[in-house]
Write a protein that binds this ligand. Structure first.
Ligand code: DAH
Length: 338
């Protein structure tokens, strides 16, 4: 029996299975109920009392050695299996595609619509000087019109401030480009307002500017009607109400027929059937001259709209603060290819 045990020790040491199945075959052959080692334990019962001590120890050692070797082989094959299926180029978890911010979606839509009319995008700084935001745009110093916009000043002298409207980009474009000019200026603007569901200290605008020879108010109206129908639907009507802005003359505010009740009157349009969406007008000759454009040769129109306002009309977001809270439950509701 000793000899047999020693031979088995050698056999176990020499085990070299090629697969996980081979490992299992070894287990069956040696350690299962009918395995060689189990049978030896049965034979052990007939062994004489003197031999029992020595053989018993040998048998136990043999069984442990077999079991240890089996465990080791098993884990080797498990690891091998894992690394076989390990694709290092695979991403760790399913790729979750994000969504664009609703304000970006609407801004892109506005740009896309006007780009069909030949407008390109111009951008300018958010930290501005007084001249680009007010001076060039015909706001005389101490003019009460400046009170229309609560400015955040960074330095009082020289006046460095956060732009209160993207009309400031007009000043940059007109001083650096020659007409014809046809630009859209999207961007963030800042005003010193208490934050509530209907006002925020920052928001977004898209400004439009067209300067060429013989640009008329009719051109402005046509462009805005086209825009309104494209963004709010073919049935949308517009109306222009006289208004005042220092940089346009004449100036107007544009309403669209309420896209919620279709103009019949509802809570949203305060039962008027109309909702205001933008300001516009013919560029004041003073602005053209301030920016070095001959107002006797050129004329132009401008318009400016709030992106939040248009977004609210399209998506009925009741609380402006949601746009800047980064709540995924809100943001994930907006999906688009734009
Ligand atoms: N800048 C104006 C504002 O922030 C919006 C505006 C009105 C822009 C009329 C224009 C315009 O270009 O012609 O309230």
């Amino acid at each position: 029996m000793k000899e047999k045990i020693n031979r088995l020790f050698d056999e176990i040491r020499a085990w070299a299975p090629a697969s996980k199945e081979d490992v299992e075959a070894l287990r069956i052959q040696y350690l299962s109920k009918k395995g060689v080692i189990t049978e030896l334990f049965a034979d052990f019962k007939q062994v004489s009392a003197e031999e029992k001590r020595e053989l018993g120890k040998m048998l136990n050692d043999l069984k442990n050695a077999a079991q240890d070797k089996l465990n080791e082989l098993k884990s080797q094959f498990d690891v091998a299996k894992e690394s076989e299926s390990l694709d290092l180029t695979r991403s760790a978890s399913a790729v979750h595609l994000g969504t664009r911010h609703p304000l970006t979606l609407v801004k892109n839509e506005i740009i896309e619509i006007f780009s069909r009319l030949g407008f390109t995008v111009a951008e300018g700084p958010e930290i501005e000087d007084d001249w680009h935001v007010f001076g060039a745009l015909n706001f005389p110093p101490e003019h009460p019109a400046r009170d229309m916009q609560d400015t955040f000043f960074i330095e009082k002298a020289p006046d460095i401030l956060l732009r209160t409207h993207t009309s400031s980009v007009q000043s940059h474009v007109m001083t650096t480009q020659k007409p014809p000019i046809r630009v859209l200026c999207p961007g963030r603007v800042y005003r010193n307002e208490a934050i509530s569901y209907r006002a925020h200290c920052f928001f977004h605008q898209v400004e439009g500017l067209y300067i060429d020879k013989n640009v008329s108010f009719a051109d402005l109206k046509q462009a805005l009607l086209y825009f309104a129908k494209e963004i709010f639907g073919e049935d949308t009507r517009i109306r222009l109400r006289p208004s005042y802005f220092p940089f346009t003359e004449p100036s107007a505010e544009m309403d669209i027929s309420c896209n919620i009740c279709g103009g019949k009157g509802c809570n949203f349009c305060k039962h008027t059937g109309w909702v205001e969406i933008l300001g516009c007008g013919m560029v004041d000759p003073n602005v053209l001259e301030a920016c070095g454009i001959d107002s006797k040769v050129y004329s132009g129109y401008a318009f400016g709209m709030g992106v939040e306002r248009i977004t609210n009309l399209k998506y009925r977001v009741k609380d402006l603060r949601m746009f800047s809270e980064n709540d995924l439950r809100f943001l994930n509701q907006f999906e688009s290819t734009l």
